[in-house]
Write a protein that binds this ligand. Sequence first.
Ligand code: JHZ
Ligand code: SAH
Length: 366
Amino acid sequence: MVQLTELVDPDKLFHDDYAYFSSISTRMAEHFWQYAEWVREKYTAAADPLVIEVGSNDGIMLRNFANAGVRHVGVEPSANVAQAAREQGINTLCEFFNEQTARQICDEYGQADAVLGANVICHIPDLHSIFAGLDVLLKPTGVFVFEEPYLGDIVEKTSYDQIYDEHVFYFSLHSVSALARRHGMELIDVLPQSVHGGSMRYVIARQGSHRPSASVAEILNREIDKGLAEAATFVRLSERINASRDALVNLLQELRGQGKRVAGYGATSKSTTVTNFCGIGPDLVEFISDTTPGKQGKLSPGVHIPIVPYDHFTESRPDVALLFAWNHASEILANEAAFRAGGGQFVVYVPEVRILDDKTAYRHAG
Ligand code: JHZ
Ligand code: SAH
């Protein structure tokens, strides 16, 4: 298991002023519609099924179940995003998911056909409490489906910006299947996803209740071939991370030397790692544009680059956009055709530092 060793108290991270609203991306809304449809087809055949989502945020996934009239409960500790979901008629419990809340939900609604999650399980320090909760909450044939940034992609793409305080764990099949086994459960399916720079969807069920798909053994073997269970792989990763930092700082200094103005695109959590690790401040990146109202008018953590509304990006016409939201590149590049047609350039740093030209596609987009 790759994980952080210093943890921030979850109450300090997830509260009534949480900065991330999932529905800010239309591509992610489509993704969650597909995710929900897939769950509905495969795992909610029972009469009057019950679906629980851990970390339901502003309702980006559960609205698909709510619209289809499926019984559902979202468990979301950040009160502001939970409220945004409730306003759309999504049944939301404003609590941290753990063994205790699982019991509470079970008492009120009964056992669930599916417990879902996305980009949340890696945020929860006490994984054993989650699994104890699942044991209470899942029907005998119920499933736990969740998807998170995949360690294999982080290593392959040197996407070290996934490493920050909210992300306690960087899962692989090896770590997830070992965890499930310790709780009498097993991995029955895995499906690689392109979102968030490369994610993995895991399906877990009670041991022996479902027949595991062939892809579980295939990807477990692939992890061994790629050295994901060997320390040397991570020593080499740290060397590539240092090289990536040097290349990015050199490129930004070169652009500044040419008199070019560089702006950040997307005040992502990931960008906080990049700017602080590389020492990139307002001298190299003038401002960061972000469409989230709650982030605008603030300074980026640590290096204090001003975060401004998107209008400022279009009006002040920087020469270069440093794509901090590289995982949303397909959506952003499609929207920014005019910026590029007017001579604007995008710089990316995953999987390597480079200026995007029109001829080569950027394949790492989610
Ligand atoms: P995005 C957050 O990470 C935090 P972040 C969290 N820990 C996590 O795991 C993932 O989400 C799921 C802006 N934007 O999705 C909006 C534009 O300005 O990469 C967002 O602030 N214009 C829960 O923050 C940011 O970029 C656009 O066109 O790394 C994107 O954040 C688009 C598409 C986004 O996640
Ligand atoms: N699932 C959404 C949101 C991811 S952001 C998406 O993929 O876009 C992570 C969310 O998990 C936040 O809304 C945060 O408040 C929530 N969260 C953090 N710890 C949690 C816990 N213990 N139980 C439930 N949700 C939690």
